[in-house]
Design a protein around this ligand. Structure first.
Ligand code: ZN
Length: 94
């Protein structure tokens, strides 16, 4: 018989829907990202965005690696953040 500890308890990903929808309504241009390549932090507005691909490709202003890819299809959006370690998103006080 398996036992569960409080550390094993989890909820499914549906619980993230509320917090994520709040984040993606935030003022994103003041968001600060950390590059996975060179570890520098920069505001989203400082990324170098190229739009001649099927979507948008955003490159680090310091080292040039791809930080983000965004493709908008008719019914879905693909967002690849492989080149970004983290985002710090300014929010209004809760
Ligand atoms: Zn970089």
């Amino acid at each position: 018989m398996e036992s569960t500890t409080p550390q094993d308890a989890y909820q499914d990903g549906n619980m993230l829907a509320g917090p994520l929808s709040e984040i993606f309504l935030a003022e994103m241009t003041r968001t600060v990202g950390t590059c996975a390549g060179c570890r520098t932090s920069h505001m989203l507005a400082q990324l170098r965005v190229y739009g001649h691909a099927p979507g948008f490709v955003a490159r680090c202003p310091a080292c040039g690696i791809v930080n983000m890819r965004l493709v908008r299809g008719p019914t879905d959006v693909w967002l690849d953040m492989t080149g970004t370690l983290n985002l710090r998103i300014p929010m209004r006080e809760a």
